[in-house]
Ligand binder design. Sequence first.
Ligand code: B12
Ligand code: SF4
Ligand code: SF4
Length: 347
Amino acid sequence: MGLTEARRDGFGANKPHIDAQGYCGQPADSLIAVPNRWNCRLSQRPQVVAAVSTAGRFSGRIELMIEHLRQLGRELGLDAVGIAPATEEVRRVYPWARSVVCAAISYLPPERPVSNNAPRGWVARFARSVDYHVVLRAKLDKLANVLASAGARTEICVDTNPLPERKLAVLAGIAWRGWNGCVFVEGCGSWVALGEVVTDLDLPAASVVEADRCGDCRDCIEACPTGAITAPYIVDRSRCLSHITQAGGVISDGMKAKLGDRIYGCDTCQEVCPQNGEVVPTTPEFAEDVFPGANPELMPLIELSKAEFDDRVRHSSIGWIGRNRIRRNAAIALGNVKRQPAPLLSS
Ligand code: B12
Ligand code: SF4
Ligand code: SF4
């Protein structure tokens, strides 16, 4: 691939999909090693954006390397890979950094109907399956090996606090921003997790695809239960229910009512988004729910002993917030679902 042209190998309409039965239904041109029932073909090319060449000493090798990263990203099941310059924020943390290889992966799980009428809570989609940090890090590790084999220094980041991951994804040309604050990737909508390999290699950065695709829509702003989207792209963390489910402390009565049945995260501003309308699950690793799943029964969660918590929840995507917060959220959800005061918790 020539580096003189910015290139986006989008695969929107051709993406494979996984339905509730775990069928991944599209023909494709490459297989990766996944458990048998997921031997679906992951044909779709991640959008690798390698743009205008710096035509430096290593340009020949760098071109090959970027092509290799692109190929590997596709084989690993990443949905987009692109290159951003190491911004000021990145260099504050890693002063040696020159470039950032940014990747996105769809975490969208299949929807499954629930089978009984017991009071249930709700978990956001990014936390229903196996922990995306683990899945993405393992894939980024392989991209990092490519860079390291060329003698580069690397650091893998997934959800690393001081890095502006959304901004980097936009600068890498793999994503654009929505007014709900989330970034969108072609074919995946905003149901993507982001990760990076920071490197000291000077890689050619991408053409930014930033575009306002929201137009006249204000659906997310209007749908947010707490008015947390205070202006386009700006989310007031203190009012965001995602934050409130994850943070410790006492939740005010006003916010308790707004939480509804949420016990971890909030997807409302993404669910209502027309840009997410046609998107389907595509990543085999996220096809199965992990305990407590999408709609856990609330009473068993509230009654979890410490030993049961350690055994069943601690290592799930939501376990890091600890037993007390999960039980607090479940108790509030139970009160909201049954329209009665939240039960008092014993320790
Ligand atoms: C703290 C945090 C939160 C906090 C605060 C979020 C917030 N908006 O402030 C809380 C707990 C509320 C939260 C919620 C969610 N989060 Co969060 N969160 C983070 C974290 C760790 C840091 C983000 C941060 O500091 N935000 C502060 C604000 C000011 O920064 P920002 O959102 O990045 O965007 C600002 C700037 O970067 C800049 N900017 C953004 N893009 C661009 C592009 C250009 C070109 C420029 C110049 C500037 C620019 O403008 C923005 C506004 O000032 C990141 C991981 C990371 N290191 O980035 C994940 C991350 C942003 N979260 C993520 C996810 C999945 C979520 C939730 C969807 C989870 C859920 N279902 O409950 C919600 C979405 C809520 C929402 N509408 O934003 C994903 C984003 C996926 C996506 N498609 O966008 C990330 C990247 C984690 C990951 N590695 O995948 N999150
Ligand atoms: S995640 Fe929920 S509370 Fe937070 S901004 Fe979106 S809709 Fe509002
Ligand atoms: S709901 Fe509308 S305004 Fe909000 S991010 Fe989606 S398209 Fe943009």
